[in-house]
Design a binder for this molecule. Structure first.
Ligand SMILES: *[C@@H]1O[C@H](CO)[C@@H](O)[C@H](O)[C@H]1NC(C)=O
Ligand SMILES: *[C@@H]1O[C@H](CO)[C@@H](O)[C@H](O)[C@H]1NC(C)=O
Ligand SMILES: *[C@@H]1O[C@H](CO)[C@@H](O)[C@H](O)[C@H]1NC(C)=O
Ligand SMILES: *[C@@H]1O[C@H](CO)[C@@H](O)[C@H](O)[C@H]1NC(C)=O
Ligand SMILES: *[C@@H]1O[C@H](CO)[C@@H](O)[C@H](O)[C@H]1NC(C)=O
Length: 614
């Protein structure tokens, strides 16, 4: 009996091994070959050198001939704002400033009040503002910069094309690229506060606030079609809350940014809040990283947050909805929401802004929010408890938002039974929140291998007082598969190249939430790229492998799995401020002394891949 049992077990393990291998890769070792290669004939011929490279150039986007509109112009849209908003300007708070020279101390929104926010932010090391102080005029990109790099030997083998309406573009976010943090009326955000002491800050970064025209010129020269960026709340409304004045310089700036994108023949994708939450929502002593998952308390749970965000969102829409086809309310809110109340607030705020957009403005563009979840895949897909762990991991990050927003369904039990203070939505709330997104936006950088916490999921989840590092997901995450191999080629950070899991993920999202999927960020920080010589930074083959393999899998998902993938936006269009980390995600690099940009090989490879399949 005992012997029979162990033999049977051995067989089971072997069978299982083979099946796991087949389901996770889906490929055979040898391609389908048409020519027979069994016979060889060696022979001489005359030798001559040949040029192995064909010179090709990237091609720019043509200038637009028509402008589409997606909503009312400001004059008409402003009638839908409840309060009339005064506009003002505040100028600059410069590094080393210790004296508030303004004398308008009785004006709650005056120069003195604005400056004191910077004093209060206590930025001891705010020492520099970069090299530009006005908008840089663009110059055309010389064709010599547009020669395609040598190809990698191995490349995609698919034969599919992208659908006509496929959105292809690149992405960045304000605090990570703009610099000019305290210039032209911007007030402090959380991001000036949270970067660890001795790491780089967001004060200067790529100076895109002044260099945006050149950045747009460089994107259009490469043939990019969509440009995704974010607008900082604290530029538009330095005093943040409803009823406070709007910063005229900020409205002018983003009007010009949007118009520059459109004039270049590209389309804007605009995010309202990308981590740069106004500092005022968080009492400074409670700004803390979540000890477990690195989350930050961005004040989303603050009782004033929902009304304030909705007011801000409406002001953005009134000003810009006429020209912007795609809107994102929140970027990856889970990372900064910190707790149940934070997410619950985000969902309510999102729904109100969505309804204002479609029901009051009657705007015709699309709106959603961007979610994050490195796809949890069961360590052993044959083990039911591993599958359960992966389901829980994905559900807590996605269905938390997507159940009510996409499906009109209650928060998942995993949330209601695990997070303290969690409360079910009532019928009225569910009805209001249901169907308040036009597509599913996901930042699916990589996959992570998941299995249950050692003590079991329910024991871990029940222990809310726990200092258990696996709480609240209560699953183990690994970067190795069940046989001990890394799940893919490793980057400088958490990203591994996992294209086949990415395809599976697209299928999971489409079939679970039944909405077209926009890959709103994906990218790869090459290992220690910042330490490499410029020419080696530019030759970023591993990033090319990442992008081309993921894009190939997008095509397979569309054509073989029937998944509606709406588009893909590469993160990031440029190396930028990565929250103090040295990681480079850019498909362009930057010389930090001169702010000169340079295209990397992966940028050419990615654009070339897409253009060849349109
Ligand atoms: C400011 O800079 C000094 C010297 O470089 C450093 O010791 C200190 O930690 C910095 N403080 C902050 C808040 O970044
Ligand atoms: C909530 O935000 C308000 C600003 O609207 C701020 O005054 C208050 O201190 C915040 N509450 C907490 C607990 O941080
Ligand atoms: C399934 O996984 C759990 C947790 O890792 C483990 O305790 C259990 O032995 C596994 N079951 C089988 C049949 O492999
Ligand atoms: C549903 O919840 C909302 C928000 O908490 C509350 O204002 C409303 O009264 C509740 N409605 C019902 C029917 O319980
Ligand atoms: C709760 O978690 C802590 C930390 O992991 C552990 O020491 C404690 O025994 C757990 N309590 C229960 C009731 O499981």
């Amino acid at each position: 009996m005992r012997i029979t049992f162990s033999v049977a077990l051995g067989l089971a393990v072997a069978t299982q091994a083979q099946e796991i291998y087949l389901t996770t890769t889906g490929y055979t070792a040898r391609p389908q070959c048409t020519k027979s290669t069994t016979s060889t004939s060696y022979h001489f011929k005359s030798f001559s050198y040949s040029l192995e490279e064909t010179v090709r150039y990237a091609t720019s986007i043509p200038s637009p001939t028509t402008t589409k509109t997606y909503g009312p112009v400001y004059k008409d849209a402003a009638k839908h704002l409840k309060t009339t908003v005064a506009t003002s300007t505040w100028g600059n708070w410069l590094p080393g400033e210790t004296v508030i020279s303004a004398t308008d101390h009785n004006d709650p929104y005056g120069q003195a009040a604005w400056s004191s926010m910077w004093l209060g932010a206590d930025l001891q090391n705010y020492t520099t503002t970069g090299i530009f102080s006005t908008t840089v005029s663009p110059t055309p990109v010389p064709t010599s910069e547009l020669v395609l790099p040598p190809r990698d030997y191995f490349g995609p083998t698919d034969c599919y094309n992208f659908p006509d309406d496929f959105i292809f573009g690149v992405a960045g976010s304000a605090a990570q690229i703009e610099g000019a943090v305290a210039l032209e009326g911007r007030s402090p955000s959380l991001l000036e506060k949270i970067a660890p002491a001795d790491t780089p800050k967001d004060y200067v970064t790529d100076e895109n606030y002044f260099y945006y025209k050149q950045d747009i010129e460089r994107l259009t020269a490469m043939g990019v079609e969509y440009y995704s960026f974010s607008i900082p709340w604290t530029r538009i409304l330095p005093f943040v809350l409803p009823g406070t004045p709007v910063n005229k310089q900020a409205i002018d700036h983003y009007n010009d940014l949007i118009n520059t994108v459109l004039d270049a023949g590209m389309q804007p994708v605009v995010t309202m809040l990308h981590f740069d939450s106004p500092l005022i929502f968080v009492a400074s002593d409670s700004i803390a990283r979540h000890p477990d998952i690195g989350n930050v308390n961005a004040g989303y749970q603050n009782e004033t947050f929902v009304d304030a965000f909705v007011n801000y969102g409406k002001i953005l829409l009134a000003n810009f909805a006429d020209r912007v086809p795609i809107w994102i309310t929140f970027n990856e809110p889970l990372l900064y929401a910190f707790n149940f109340k934070g997410v619950d607030n985000v969902i309510h705020a999102h729904a109100q802004v969505y309804r204002f957009y479609h029901e009051e403005l009657k705007a015709t563009g699309k709106m959603s929010l961007k979610l994050n979840d490195n796809f949890g895949v069961p360590k052993n897909p044959k083990n039911a408890s591993h599958v359960q762990a992966a389901n829980r991991f994905n559900e807590m990050q996605l269905a938390f938002f997507a159940n009510p927003i996409f499906l009109g369904k209650q928060y998942p039990d995993s949330i209601l039974h695990t997070l303290s203070g969690a409360k079910a939505l009532n019928k009225t709330e569910l009805k209001y929140i249901s169907q308040t997104a036009d597509f599913f936006a996901i930042d699916p950088y990589t996959a992570t291998v998941v299995s249950p916490a050692d003590e079991g999921i329910s024991a871990c989840a029940a222990n809310t007082s726990s200092s258990n590092s696996l709480f609240p997901y209560c699953v183990k995450q690994e970067t190795k598969n069940v046989y001990g191999w890394n799940i893919g080629y490793r980057s400088e950070s958490y990203v591994y190249i996992t294209p086949t899991y990415f395809r599976e993920y697209l299928s999971y999202l489409w079939n679970t939430f039944q909405s077209p999927v926009l890959v709103s960020e994906f990218g790869f920080p090459v290992w220690e790229e910042s330490k490499k010589e410029l020419s080696d930074q530019r030759f970023d083959s591993s990033r090319s492998v990442y992008y081309l393999s993921y894009m190939s899998e997008v095509l397979r998902a569309i054509h073989e799995d029937g998944v509606h993938v709406m588009g893909a936006l590469a993160w990031s269009f440029i190396d930028n401020w990565e929250f103090g980390q040295p990681s480079h995600f850019g498909i362009q690099g930057v010389d930090s002394e001169t702010q000169e940009r340079f295209y990397k090989k992966s940028f050419f490879d990615l654009v070339d891949f897409v253009k060849a399949r349109q």
